[in-house]
Write a protein of this length. Structure first.
Length: 94
């Protein structure tokens, strides 16, 4: 992970903690939330997910390309959302 991405994820994680949101979402935490919402027989499966289109397997290559596109817009959206919240609602001086 590059230093810039590490800094971004650390700042995003801190902002989420200040909002009382979980810093990290895991399969187990999703399972608990679904069961609390009355879903039954919830199972957690782990799959490989590349974050870029460099996998040799054509299917994983496609998944990686889609993940890369999602990350490209997601980084901006989540970053701007946390910046807005920290500047307006939480007022965290910089």
């Amino acid at each position: 992970m590059s230093p810039e991405v590490k800094k971004y994820t650390d700042l995003l994680s801190d902002a989420m903690a200040k909002l009382g949101r979980p810093r990290y979402v895991t399969g187990e935490s999703l399972k608990i939330n679904l069961e609390n919402a009355s879903f039954e027989d919830v199972k957690v499966f782990k799959y490989k997910q590349p974050l870029a289109p460099w996998a040799k397997d054509p299917k994983l290559k496609h998944v990686g390309a889609m993940a890369m596109m999602a990350c490209d817009t997601g980084y901006h959206a989540y970053g701007m959302g946390m910046w807005f919240i920290s500047c307006t609602i939480l007022y965290v001086p910089r």
